[in-house]
Design a protein around this ligand. Structure first.
Ligand code: ADP
Ligand code: MN
Length: 505
C-alpha cells in the first residue's frame, strides 16, 4: 500500500515510513460529545486544579521595603509561597474528606521552614541546658596499651566501631552553633574520613559565621532592625494582624519603636487596635549589659537568668514589659494595651492619633491647671502601681509619661520591678525625686517633696528629714528584706508598715 503523496525521503527510508502523527478520526468521532468532554477534562487536569488567588500582601510598601538582603527576600517569597501551598493543601484535604467521619490529615505535608522558627527555636528556649537529655555519656577510652579484651575478643583502638563512636562523641567539641543533629544521642559511628571532613567544615563555618556576625552587628546599628526582626515584622503584616507598618517613632538605646495600622487578623481572637506601636528590643547587646541588675535580682526571673544566653535575656525584657503592662492594665492605669509578644518584639496599642505619637510630658506645655491635674494623677498612679500592681516603675520621669486625651499615660515598663526587689525601694526613691522635681519646677505648689512622695506611695513611714538619712533607711529596709530571703528563701511580697504580719508570696 502506498503511503500517499509523502515527501520523497519517506519511501526511500530504509527503516520504513514513520507513523503519521495526526490522529486519524472519522466524522463520527469529531462530532462525538463524549470525546470533546474527555479532551476538555484532560486539558483542565493538566492545568492547576484550582486557581489560587494570590493574596495581595499588604506589606510595608514602596520606599520602606528593604531590598538589600537577598536572603530575606528569598525567605519572604518562600513564606508567601508556602502560605499558598498550605491553603491549597487545606482545600484538597477538605475535598477528600468531605463529610466522612474518618478523615485523612495532610498535616505532614505542610511546609515548615527552619528560619520561621516560632516552632523550632522557641520550644527549647527555656529548657534547662545544664541537664541536656541529648548529651551522650563520655565515650569509653581505649587504654594506653592500645587494646582491651583477651584472646579472640580483643579490641584495638583501630576497631571500627569503637573509633566510630568516639568520632561521634567528638562532634560535641564543635562550635555550639554548628548543627550536628541528634547523632550524639544515638549509637552513630562516624568513619575517620567523614569525621575529618566534618571537622574541617565546622572550623570554616565558625570563621565564616564570625565574619558574618560582625557585619550584621554593624548593619544593625545603621538600620533600625536586623533581617530576622524584619522577617518577624513581615510575618505580622502577612498574617493580617497588622495592616501596614508606617515608620519609626523612636530609636532609643535599647529599643526601636514603630507605628503601624492594625489589621483584622482572623487567627488571633483578639481585637487589634486601629493603631499600634511596635517596640523592638535591640538585639545588639551592648546597652543591655548595664541593665542586668534589674532583671538578675528580680526573683521572678532569677531561676532563668543564670542559664540564658544574651539573646534570650533580651526576649525576657520584652516579656517583662508585657507582664508589667498587663498588670497596669488590670489596675486601670492609663498605659498601652498589649496586643502580642513575639520574641523580642512587643506590639501594643498606640498612644496618639493619626501616626502622631502623644507628646512626652517633657515636650508639652500644660496650663497650670492641667499641670496640677497631671501631678495628682501621677501621684495616684504611683500608688496604684505600688499597691495594686506590686510594681515600681524604676524609670519614671517626664520622658516616660505621655500626655494624651487630657491625661497622663505611663510607658516604658520593661525595667519595672517589684518593691521587694533588692533595689526596689532605691528605684522608687529615684522615681519620686524625678517626679517631685519636675512638678516643683513646673510650678505646682502642692507637689510633695521626694521624701514625702516616697512615703505617700509606699505607705512606709520613713521619718528622716534629710536625704542622706532617708536613703540610709531605705538601704536598711532593703537589707532586712534580703536577709529574710537568705533565711527563709522567700520574699516578703509587701513591706509591712503598720505592724501586720508579713505577707508571703
Ligand atoms: P525606650 O526604652 O527606648 O525609652 P520607650 O518605651 O520609652 O522605649 O519608647 C520610646 C518612645 O517611643 C517613647 O518615648 C514614645 O515617644 C514612643 N512610644 C513608645 N511606646 C509608645 C506607644 N505605645 N504609643 C505611642 N508612642 C510610644
Ligand atoms: Mn523611654
Amino acid at each position: 500500500p502506498d503511503a500517499g503523496p509523502g515527501p520523497a525521503w519517506q519511501s526511500k527510508c530504509p527503516w520504513g515510513a514513520p507513523s503519521t502523527t495526526s490522529i486519524s478520526c472519522s466524522l463520527a468521532d469529531v462530532m462525538s460529545e463524549q470525546l470533546a468532554k474527555e479532551l476538555q477534562l484532560e486539558e483542565e487536569n493538566a492545568a492547576f486544579p484550582e486557581v489560587v488567588a494570590a493574596a495581595e500582601g499588604p506589606f510595608i510598601t514602596g520606599e520602606n521595603i528593604d531590598t538589600s538582603s537577598d536572603l530575606m527576600l528569598a525567605q519572604m517569597l518562600q513564606m508567601e509561597f508556602d502560605r499558598e501551598y498550605d491553603a491549597q493543601l487545606r482545600r484538597e484535604e477538605k475535598k477528600i474528606n468531605g463529610d466522612s467521619k474518618v478523615s485523612i490529615s495532610f498535616e505532614n505535608y505542610r511546609k515548615v521552614h527552619p528560619y520561621d522558627s516560632d516552632s523550632s527555636e522557641d520550644e527549647v528556649d527555656w529548657q534547662d541546658t545544664r541537664h541536656d537529655p541529648y548529651r551522650a555519656d563520655k565515650p569509653t577510652t581505649t587504654p594506653r596499651r592500645g587494646f582491651i579484651g583477651k584472646g579472640k575478643d580483643i579490641t584495638t583502638k583501630h576497631d571500627e566501631v569503637v573509633c566510630g563512636r568516639k568520632n561521634t562523641a567528638r562532634m560535641e567539641n564543635f562550635a555550639p552553633e554548628f548543627q550536628v543533629g541528634d547523632g550524639i544521642g544515638m549509637d552513630l559511628k562516624l568513619s575517620n574520613q567523614v569525621f575529618n571532613a566534618l571537622k574541617q567544615h565546622a572550623y570554616s563555618e565558625e570563621r565564616r559565621s564570625a565574619r558574618l556576625h560582625e557585619k550584621k552587628e554593624h548593619s544593625t546599628a545603621e538600620k533600625a532592625v536586623d533581617p530576622k526582626t524584619r522577617l518577624l515584622l513581615y510575618k505580622m503584616v502577612n498574617s493580617g494582624m497588622l495592616e501596614t507598618i508606617t515608620g519609626c517613632i523612636s530609636t532609643g538605646k535599647e529599643s526601636v519603636v514603630f507605628h503601624a495600622y492594625g489589621g483584622n487578623s482572623a487567627t488571633e481572637d483578639k481585637i487589634i487596635p486601629p493603631e499600634c506601636a511596635i517596640k523592638v528590643f535591640k538585639t545588639t547587646l551592648n546597652e543591655f549589659k548595664n541593665r542586668d541588675k534589674y532583671i538578675k535580682d528580680d526573683y521572678r526571673f532569677k531561676d532563668r537568668f543564670s542559664r540564658l544566653n544574651p539573646r534570650k535575656i533580651i526576649r525576657m525584657w520584652a516579656e517583662k514589659e508585657m507582664h508589667n503592662l498587663t498588670r497596669m492594665q488590670n489596675a486601670g492605669i492609663p498605659c498601652p494595651q498589649v496586643v502580642i509578644l513575639k520574641k523580642h518584639v512587643l506590639v501594643m496599642s498606640f498612644i496618639g492619633q493619626d501616626q502622631v505619637p502623644a507628646p512626652k510630658l517633657k515636650d508639652v506645655t500644660l496650663s497650670s491647671e492641667d499641670m496640677k491635674k497631671a501631678y495628682y494623677q501621677i501621684l495616684n498612679m504611683m500608688q496604684q502601681l505600688y499597691r495594686e500592681c506590686n510594681l515600681v516603675h524604676a524609670d519614671l520621669s517626664e520622658y516616660n509619661m505621655l500626655w494624651h486625651d487630657g491625661k497622663v499615660w505611663l510607658i516604658d515598663v520593661s525595667q519595672s520591678v517589684e518593691p521587694t526587689h533588692p533595689h526596689g525601694l532605691k528605684f522608687l526613691f529615684r522615681d519620686c525625686r524625678n517626679v517631685s522635681q519636675f512638678f516643683q519646677k513646673g510650678g505646682v505648689a502642692e507637689a510633695l517633696n521626694e521624701r514625702e512622695l516616697f512615703n505617700a506611695v509606699s505607705g512606709l513611714n520613713i521619718t528622716a528629714d534629710n536625704e542622706v538619712d532617708f536613703q540610709a533607711e531605705i538601704e536598711a529596709l532593703e537589707k532586712v528584706n534580703e536577709d529574710h530571703v537568705q533565711n527563709h528563701g522567700k520574699k516578703l511580697s509587701t513591706f509591712s508598715s503598720d505592724g501586720d504580719p508579713p505577707i508571703y508570696d
